[in-house]
Ligand binder design. Structure first.
Ligand SMILES: *[C@@H]1O[C@H](CO)[C@@H](O)[C@H](O)[C@H]1NC(C)=O
Ligand SMILES: *[C@@H]1O[C@H](CO)[C@@H](O)[C@H](O)[C@H]1NC(C)=O
Ligand SMILES: *[C@@H]1O[C@H](CO)[C@@H](O)[C@H](O)[C@H]1NC(C)=O
Ligand SMILES: *[C@@H]1O[C@H](CO)[C@@H](O)[C@H](O)[C@H]1NC(C)=O
Ligand SMILES: *[C@@H]1O[C@H](CO)[C@@H](O)[C@H](O)[C@H]1NC(C)=O
Ligand SMILES: *[C@@H]1O[C@H](CO)[C@@H](O)[C@H](O)[C@H]1NC(C)=O
Length: 468
């Protein structure tokens, strides 16, 4: 009796569930097919099987061949931008395309040192931003065999390829990634988005995300085509896929003016990935033009790219001097013992992107005071040599003073002028420096005075060592 009642109620419950399920299914069905698309183009929907669950752990680490670059440029500017692209492009190694708005007839024959060129399709009468936003689809459709990452950039973006590859290695290319950086300028971020990968700095899209964007681009362009900036259109679209920006501070938009040596001398503790807007700022090295400066930095970055611009701080206590090294770029000497935390704040040698904006920057800066204790003696990268062999191989970089400091000595910490110095040698091991999860490298001032030069040697910091 009781079992029968039980059975009956169970049957009733099952029936009820079936009714509920079929009702909900039909509601979903009606909902899907009754929604009028707001746009003329339709979204492309395909079931998403998350490949990560079945991932083959045997995949090889990402290398340069797994990346395809999409570079946007214009015929008008190509002559002046060409050397930027050629400074990092490696023919037969880097894959990708330069997209121009017109056939580069005046530049033919097209040199093998430049990326293969394509003319953007169907862009006549279409705004520049739309043409640039479409590049992701054009790049995606142009080359898609065994690609892990699409890296989008402008014709005045400069990449440090080894660092770019090592940065991308950290991420799962089968996941959904949008990796880049926002602007240094608060106002630029507020006008566009704080969550946007700025196009000039360059940004990386993992294959699945690039594919989703390419397939749905028309929907995005209809929705967001009126926004200023192709990078903002893309960011809005990426956002609609439920993907956020992964910030990597090695990318640099350089929305600043003037002398950016202050920034380059106190780079964030992460490998340098890109630079941009070098036309908008003074040459990176004094007494050189922009092109020579860039070539000079690239020469420096050729040997041990992992260390380029990495900051190390050391002290020479008998003279109360502080040394701040930006590897491969500059050495600053202060005639005072200043805390490492203070020296990691960039000197504001540069100006705002938009004059008068306050606060101007997405970072703390140190104003330029007239206090001789806080104004450094500045030495810039001059030349590089390798010495020794095998495990004893070392790199010796020499930095020279370009201009006298023209200030009286700092008296607050004794009276130890560094005016006589005109050269600094920095010795470092030939071994890739991994920044991820490690500390800045420590350095010793191993020879403070030999003629007019000083020698510094980099070493790993000791276990409990406090830099100061
Ligand atoms: C780069 O990785 C691919 C696999 O994605 C591999 O086929 C290729 O040989 C690698 N190339 C280099 C230069 O290591
Ligand atoms: C690239 O490869 C092609 C074919 O292998 C070769 O002819 C050409 O010289 C290479 N270009 C450069 C710049 O190395
Ligand atoms: C690349 O993608 C396009 C369009 O999705 C397709 O027609 C083409 O066959 C693909 N090419 C390769 C080499 O996979
Ligand atoms: C270094 O600075 C401290 C603090 O100002 C001072 O007491 C000390 O005498 C200075 N040392 C030398 C060698 O000048
Ligand atoms: C600092 O040292 C220099 C050279 O040793 C000397 O000429 C100068 O008078 C000193 N200044 C002060 C304020 O002691
Ligand atoms: C060091 O510099 C001073 C002045 O700049 C110069 O007179 C002197 O000859 C230099 N010494 C050496 C060893 O180069």
């Amino acid at each position: 009796m009781s079992t029968q009642i039980h059975k009956k109620s169970r049957t009733r419950r099952v029936c009820k569930s079936i009714v509920i399920i079929s009702l909900s299914l039909s509601i979903i069905f009606i909902l899907i097919f009754s929604i009028n698309p707001c746009y003329h183009t339709t979204q492309i929907l395909v079931p998403n099987f998350n490949l990560n669950y079945y991932k083959n752990s045997q995949t090889t680490p990402t290398n340069i061949s797994d990346i395809v670059f999409g570079i946007g440029g214009t015929i008008k500017m190509w002559q002046t931008r060409k050397h930027y692209v050629e400074s990092w492009w490696h023919p037969n190694v880097t894959r990708g395309f330069l997209f121009l708005d017109e056939a580069p007839i005046q530049h033919l024959p097209w040199p093998p040192t430049s990326p293969p060129v394509r003319v953007s399709s169907n862009h006549k009468g279409i705004p520049y931003t739309i043409r640039m936003a479409r590049l992701i689809r054009e790049t995606f459709n142009a080359k898609n065999s065994s690609v892990r990452w699409y890296v989008m950039a402008d014709d005045d973006t400069i990449f440090f390829l080894e660092n770019l590859v090592n940065m991308l290695k950290k991420y799962d290319y089968e996941g959904y990634y949008y990796i880049g950086v926002n602007s240094e300028s608060i106002i630029s971020n507020s006008l566009f988005s704080f969550n946007m990968g700025f196009g000039g700095a360059g940004f990386a899209l993992s294959y699945p995300l690039a594919e989703a964007l390419a397939k749905n681009l028309d929907v995005c362009l209809n929705k967001y085509g009126k926004l200023h900036g192709s990078d903002h259109i893309l960011q809005s679209c990426v956002s609609d896929f439920g993907v956020s920006l992964t910030q990597e501070k090695g990318f640099h938009q350089i929305d600043m003016h003037g002398d950016i040596s202050g920034l380059l001398s106190a780079h964030p503790q992460t490998p340098l990935v890109s630079l941009h807007h070098l036309d908008a700022v003074e040459p990176l090295f004094p007494a050189m033009n922009r092109q020579q400066s860039l070539n000079h930095l690239m020469t420096s970055a050729k040997i041990d790219q992992s260390r380029i611009l990495q900051q190390s701080i050391g002290y020479h206590h008998p003279k109360n001097w502080s040394f701040s090294l930006s590897w491969g770029y500059s050495v600053h000497i202060y005639e005072k013992t200043l805390p490492s935390s203070f020296l990691q704040v960039p000197l504001q040698t540069f100006g705002e992107w938009q004059k008068g904006a306050k606060p101007a920057f997405m970072m703390n800066t140190r104003g330029l005071s007239s206090d001789p204790c806080e104004i450094p003696h500045v030495f810039y990268f001059h030349s590089v040599e390798e010495s020794g062999g095998g495990w004893r191989r070392e790199v010796v970089k020499t930095y020279v003073r370009r201009l006298p400091r023209r200030l009286s000595p700092c008296l607050a910490n004794g009276n130890h002028s560094a005016d006589y110095l005109d050269m600094i040698h920095v010795i470092s091991p030939v071994k890739r420096h991994v920044t991820e999860g490690s500390r800045r490298e420590c350095c010793d001032i191993i020879q403070v005075e030999k003629g007019n030069s000083t020698t510094i040697k980099l070493r790993p910091c000791m276990k409990y060592e406090l830099i100061g």
